[in-house]
Design a protein around this ligand. Structure first.
Ligand SMILES: [Zn+2]
Length: 437
């Protein structure tokens, strides 16, 4: 395997940054330092002005395979991930059928092993994501599955959720909850409030999310089993997480870029590209989600990348499926929310790489079963999963230029700052100079 030397970038560590060269040989970081000597056939990358950090890790990617390959495949989704600076993604199990058994999880892992980035898989908590009988979590854990979720819906029955938490703890795995009380959320297609009334759309109240967050915090107290909250969208949810964590409960939380860059007002034109679950909330909630990036309430930014075909997204607002693309603009939107040129690179990589890798157990010290290590320090000996990100480059989102098979981005035409220049997966350049290699 050819070697790569990344010259003169700002290398972002967990606690400090320093301008240095990074030499990659045979898939591993061989050296980090000033004016490194590289083998003669090395590929030279000029990273002047760029951040060099661990490859990004997405805790929440809908790859749609098996079942809805017209919207996305493992292969196309991994291309979108690479362009977005991700070196590993966690494939969500709400496929058709759901990933609730070893055969299907193995299928996704095998397909993923041929993809451009590392693909880990989350298993369903219950059979068919129906919220009734537990999936074979022990067998899936033995395969290397470390996250379990019925994402798309929350586990509605508290007794089932309690039992799942009890099973998870001794297996060393973590449950991840999509917090929505199904009865209260009902058939709502946007946030419940004055705007939904005016638009004549049924709303999903913030309380539908908050009730499940509150319930699950109590279940974590009861079981002492770790729990991850997916895509929290309200100020109240985040405040409850902060209070629970202050008590020492093992709770982690992610937020999604659309919840800190957009609010419910985007739904005013009945454009279904802005329909997502949990829905875009009030401007107050959006501000609280944005603040969670810097005040420590959010551990991670996760994309909730949810591809849908144009055919479905062109349906009327209340009939169209919920979800939007995320992988290719998450890094830029996070940079913008962290203050663009004022953004702290250490926080950026904590939110997008180090913390998600820890939650998904993809770091070297967690001994990943089938994957290379992600989210580590940029030091000699680590697996070479790296991203070179230019925090000053400006670009505009064009739906038709995205690598995803689908085009349902709510950001079409939006000007962004910060762009992935190079993505290195296991020592190979998969994105070079901003384009797939
Ligand atoms: Zn979800």
């Amino acid at each position: 395997m050819a070697s790569v030397v990344v010259r003169n970038g700002t290398v972002v560590g967990p606690r400090s940054v320093a301008v240095a060269d990074v030499l990659v040989v045979d898939g591993v970081i061989a050296a980090v330092g000033e004016h490194l000597e590289a083998p003669r056939d090395s590929r030279e990358i000029d990273a002047t002005g760029c951040w060099v950090g661990p490859g990004l890790v997405d805790l929440h990617t809908h790859l749609r395979e098996p079942g809805r390959e017209s919207a996305e495949t493992i292969e196309s989704g991994s291309r979108a991930a690479a362009v977005g600076g991700f070196t590993a993604v966690i494939a969500m199990p709400n496929t058709e059928p759901a990933i609730d058994n070893v055969a299907l999880a193995t299928y996704v892992l095998d397909q993923g092993s041929r993809a451009l980035v590392d693909v880990a898989v989350a298993g369903a908590i219950t059979h068919g994501r129906l919220g009734e009988r537990l999936a074979p979590m022990g067998e899936l854990a033995a395969l290397g599955v470390r996250l379990f979720t019925d994402d798309g819906t929350g586990v509605q029955d508290a007794a089932v959720m309690r039992r799942a938490l009890c099973y998870a703890r001794p297996l060393g795995v973590r449950l991840a909850q999509h917090c929505e009380d199904g009865h209260l959320a009902g058939e709502g297609s946007m946030n419940e409030g004055a705007l939904s009334s005016r638009l004549g759309l049924i709303g999903r109240p913030a309380a539908a999310e908050e009730i499940m967050v509150a319930r699950d915090i109590e279940l974590v107290r009861l079981t002492d089993s770790p729990l991850h909250f997916l895509h929290l969208s309200t100020a109240r949810s985040l405040a409850m997480v902060g209070a629970a964590r202050d008590e020492g409960l093992p709770i982690t939380a992610e937020v999604a870029p659309h919840h800190f860059t957009l609010d419910e007002s985007a739904c005013a034109n009945y454009d279904a590209h802005f329909k997502v679950n949990p829905p875009l909330r009030s401007s107050t909630d959006a501000a609280a989600v944005r603040a969670s990036l810097t005040n420590g309430l959010a551990d991670a930014v996760a994309t909730d990348h949810a591809p849908h075909t144009a055919e479905l997204k062109d349906l009327p607002f209340d009939e169209a499926p919920a979800g939007m693309l995320g992988l290719e603009h998450a890094a830029s939107l996070t940079l913008e929310a962290l203050g663009a040129s004022q953004a702290d690179p250490i926080r950026f990589f904590a939110l997008l790489s180090r913390n998600p890798a820890r939650i998904a157990q993809l770091r070297r010290e967690d001994a990943p079963v089938r994957h290379s290590a992600h989210g580590g320090s940029v030091v000699a000996g680590e697996d070479a999963n790296l991203v070179v990100f230019d925090p000053a480059e400006r670009w505009a989102v064009r739906a038709e230029r995205l690598q995803s098979l689908a085009a349902n981005t709510p950001y079409h035409g939006r000007e962004l700052v910060g762009r992935v220049r190079w993505t290195i997966v296991r020592g190979s350049l998969v994105v070079a100079d901003g384009a797939l290699a």
